[in-house]
Design a protein around this ligand. Structure first.
Ligand code: GRF
Length: 205
């Protein structure tokens, strides 16, 4: 399956995916292109290190023109033959037209146990709420913010001594495993969607 990855920054989830691929753990995944909405995102160098095309569509040049930005990104993904898209720290909301064009073919990773704490600063939201368990969620993208069908989740404890940074670091370790597992399912065609439920055939959805 030909894949495009959208990023905005560091790219550690991208690196987990490309490392898994290079180690033979994602045999059906073909990473074709990485697109960043920020020039200078460190994740662009991660892509280059693994020999994957790295492109920038700077959102700063598309102020107030979300659909035009989305179209430019879509154009690059189609140019590279992408069949599905992974949002790996893409800090920009996608418009309804983009989501409609790629329905059930966009996967996002979010650092909380959705539906709790969607949107920005998920780890801070979790700490402020006082939850004892948090984690990460990999889900298909729909028109809402972090609301689409859930593919899988991993949990971590929240400790009394946690800061936003220490909790984020603990969750990030699980993110790296979760995103690889979810993309393995997706590329093996074992992650179908029925209503709100995304599941493997073994789960008989
Ligand atoms: C991750 O915490 C991800 O869940 C969130 O943004 C962060 C991206 O980190 N959506 P990285 O760029 O993959 O290192």
């Amino acid at each position: 399956m030909k894949l495009g990855v959208l990023i905005s920054g560091r790219g550690s989830n991208l690196e987990a995916l490309l490392a898994a691929k290079s180690e033979g753990r994602l045999p059906k995944a073909d990473f074709r292109v990485v697109v960043s909405n920020r020039a200078g995102a460190p994740g662009l160098d991660v892509a280059r290190k693994f020999g994957v095309a790295a492109r920038v569509v700077a959102s700063s040049e598309y102020k107030g023109r979300r659909d035009d930005h989305d179209s430019a990104v879509s154009g690059i993904l189609r140019e590279h033959g992408c069949e599905a898209i992974i949002l790996a720290g893409y800090m920009r909301v996608l418009g309804a037209a983009f989501v409609g064009d790629w329905r059930n073919r966009i996967v996002n990773i979010h650092p909380s146990l959705l539906p709790s704490f969607p949107g920005l600063d998920a780890q801070r939201q979790a700490l402020e709420h006082g939850v004892k368990v948090s984690g990460c969620t990999v889900h298909f993208v729909d028109e809402g913010t972090d609301t689409g069908p859930i593919i899988l989740q991993r949990t971590v404890p929240v400790l009394a001594t946690d800061t936003e940074e220490s909790l984020a670091a603990r969750i990030l370790v699980e993110e790296h495993g979760a995103i690889v597992e979810a993309i393995a399912l997706l590329t093996e065609n074992e992650s179908n969607v029925a209503g709100r439920r995304a599941a493997s055939p073994a789960e008989q959805v």
